[in-house]
Design a protein around this ligand. Structure first.
Ligand code: DOR
Ligand code: ZN
Length: 353
């Protein structure tokens, strides 16, 4: 069986920099037309000039024939100048601004400590129609980690929306039924990305047979009923939900240790996993909308004009192998089931296979 869909966009991707960038960018470029690249580097990407320079480093790391287009986001800090953001958007250096509550996740120490410090930026974004992407979790240690998304919506998102009702917001990597319902009641200005891994794992998978660091990410996977709510939203054809893999490569030694980093590296298997999930839900015909149409629409872009083909194989796909970085490696997400949908890569097309 073959499936043809418009080339997907990954509207939330971590590519890092340097040696990790070099080893991961080709996997995203193989299956995706564009990606919104997250700015949580050290130091973070806080200006249009930094975003433009980072974009050039990504382009330089791409395979020669690649048409992959990185879309950039600016990292919001307490000091971000609204005029800087406006200028960066105007000259095309960035398409969005990312709000990390300080301390909420990987490399978020420069994030926003109090949202009242950045009201001017929210206003600038609302005026220009530029999306604010939010890491939707409060960072307070005394809030239960499984409640942090819900509390963020009630305490932070509602406040931002009350200040700037016109602001267009993406609730990134939504993980809860409450988050899904919030989007449904506040669309079309509020939308959400959904990751591949949150469609597959629930919180049990973090502890199955011993602690599983490669299933640890933020927001942390929730109970099964939340996962089912995500499946419903992703496969239901609703325009406010679209793919953002949050594929987040870390060196294995930084995950398989005390204080392991949050992040799941899904890029090489993302499209195969998605086809599996949508087929399982009896919704293969909705895959293209979720992966290739709704995100572009929210970002006011034309969907990609290229198409990709997926072939369903009888025998399971072979392991893609973990990319090597120096004497370390990056472990690719294991969905816990065999994958049968194989993206037909460009080179294979060219060879007529
Ligand atoms: O699991 C995560 N990893 N969540 C994030 O919010 C950041 C990401 C990363 O950069 O590693
Ligand atoms: Zn992320």
């Amino acid at each position: 069986m073959m499936l043809q869909i418009r080339k997907p966009d990954d509207m939330h991707l971590h590519l890092r920099d340097g040696a990790i960038l070099e080893s991961v960018v080709a996997a995203s470029a193989a299956d995706f037309g564009r990606a919104l690249v997250m700015p949580n580097l050290l130091p973070p990407i806080t200006t249009g000039a930094m975003a433009a320079a980072y974009r050039n480093r990504i382009l330089a790391a791409l395979p020669n024939s690649s048409t992959f287009k990185p879309l950039m986001a600016i990292y919001l800090t307490d000091e971000t100048d609204p005029a800087e953001v406006k200028a960066a958007v105007k000259c095309g250096h960035a398409v969005a601004v990312k709000l990390y509550p300080a301390g909420a996740t990987t490399n978020s120490t420069s994030g926003v400590t109090d949202i009242s410090n950045v009201r001017g930026v929210f206003e600038a974004l609302a005026e220009t129609g530029t999306p604010l992407c939010v890491h939707g979790e409060v960072a307070e240690f005394d809030v239960d980690i499984f409640d942090r998304e819900k509390v963020f919506i009630e305490k932070v998102l509602e406040r931002i929306r009350a200040w700037e009702p016109r602001l267009r917001i993406v609730l990134e990597h939504v993980t809860t039924a409450e988050g899904i319902e919030y989007v449904r009641s506040n669309r079309p200005r509020v939308a959400a990305t959904i990751t591949v891994h949150h469609l597959i794992i629930n919180r049990n998978h973090i502890f199955r047979g011993g602690l599983q660091p490669h299933n640890y990410c933020l927001p942390v996977a929730k109970r099964e009923h939340h996962r089912l709510a995500l499946i419903g939203a992703a496969t239901g054809g609703e325009t406010s939900f679209f793919l953002g893999t949050d594929s987040a490569p870390h060196l294995a030694t930084d995950k398989e240790c005390a204080s392991g980093c949050a992040g799941i590296y899904t890029a090489p298997v993302a499209v195969s996993c998605l086809a599996h999930i949508f087929e399982d839900a009896g919704a293969l015909n909705e895959l293209e909308k979720f992966a290739s149409v709704h995100g572009a629409h929210f970002y006011r872009l034309e969907p990609n004009s290229e198409f990709i083909e997926l072939r369903k194989r009888e025998t399971p796909l072979q392991d893609v192998g973990n990319p090597i970085v120096g004497d370390d490696r990056i472990v690719v997400f294991d969905p816990g089931f065999d994958l049968h949908w194989e993206p037909v890569r460009k080179e294979e097309n060219a060879n007529g296979r």
